[in-house]
Design a protein around this ligand. Structure first.
Ligand code: PMP
Length: 289
């Protein structure tokens, strides 16, 4: 794995990058993170990602002792050390830091900052052309009053277990229900349906991560003349839907053509999905020009 890693100011290759085992990020999964990618070697929607990082940190009472400019400079330095000319995958992690074995945050005065840069692994073109299959899994999305999905935390067992279930079913993503049996989101992506010609995605209070791409796509839809709304969705809506797609930083707008092997609509990427993907690509093309 060719990756370059920043750990608290020290930049090295992946093999030499280390975090102490007493870091509460390792011990308790106490930390928050963001995954970004570049277009034209520039981190896409950097400000939005930093806003979400700060919101996530706030929800676990973790200070972010860095300005956006500091973080941007650290990312730039890590990218420069990494070299290359292609697009980059960037993961920024902020953990509680090193401290004794207690949940008391006072034990950890200094958070740890890690930035991972590696070549961006572009999804296969066929995912966009032909769509992907998802599996409806038994694992429910975390109850917001137990571990709020709005917190993009390093504590990812809920997501990992859902994805394991999907992989066992031969699907490329897991679609999770919330505690009330409504659709919430995927293990690493938000979920959209087309119902009666209208774009519909579960609302934030269904218990899901406020995806940066989700918000970008909702704004894009308004500009592209596609009616869109946030509304609670049920499993029955999967049978009524004429199209579906998932959104995420690394997967843009990926058509979903089957759920548990059952086709959505015609079982092919639909016109609204294709229109939004084209519009999305047109916007990022401006950035790479
Ligand atoms: N939901 C979850 C659980 C995720 O991990 C991700 C990926 N960060 C997303 C949704 C998509 O969010 P974004 O568009 O900000 O990448």
């Amino acid at each position: 794995m060719h990756a370059t890693v920043f750990v608290n100011g020290r930049i090295s290759d992946a093999a030499s990058a280390a975090i102490p085992v007493f870091d509460h990020g390792f011990l308790y999964g106490e930390g928050v993170y963001e995954t970004l990618r570049t277009y034209g070697r520039e981190p896409f929607l950097f400000t939005e990602h930093m806003e979400r990082l700060r919101r996530s940190a706030g929800l676990i009472a973790l200070d972010v002792p860095f300005t956006d400019a500091d973080l941007r400079a650290h990312v730039a330095a890590t990218m420069a050390a990494h070299g290359g000319t292609g697009e980059a995958y960037i993961r920024i992690l902020l953990t509680r830091g090193v401290g004794d074995l207690t949940y008391d945050p006072a034990a950890c005065p200094t958070p740890s900052l890690v930035i991972i840069v590696k070549p961006f692994p572009a999804p296969p073109a066929r995912d966009f052309a032909d769509g992907v299959g998802v599996a409806l899994v038994d694992i429910r999305r975390n109850h917001p009053q137990a571990l709020n999905p709005r917190i993009k935390s390093n504590n990812l067992l809920n997501n990992a277990l859902a994805m394991q279930a999907a992989l066992r079913k031969g699907a490329s993503e897991a679609l999770m229900l919330n505690q009330d049996g409504q659709l919430s989101e995927c293990s690493q992506a938000n979920f959209f349906l087309v119902l009666d010609g209208e774009l519909v995605t579960p609302p934030l209070d269904a218990g899901l991560l406020p995806g940066i791409t989700r918000a970008f796509v909702l704004a894009l839809a308004a500009d592209a003349g596609v009616r869109a709304r946030e509304a609670a969705c049920t499993v029955a809506d999967l049978d009524r839907a004429t199209e579906a797609f998932l959104t995420g930083t690394t997967r843009e707008i990926t058509p979903v053509v089957t759920v548990d092997g059952r086709p959505i609509g015609t079982g092919r990427p639909g016109p609204i999905t294709q229109k939004l993907l084209e519009e999305f690509r047109a916007r990022v093309r401006v950035l790479t020009a």
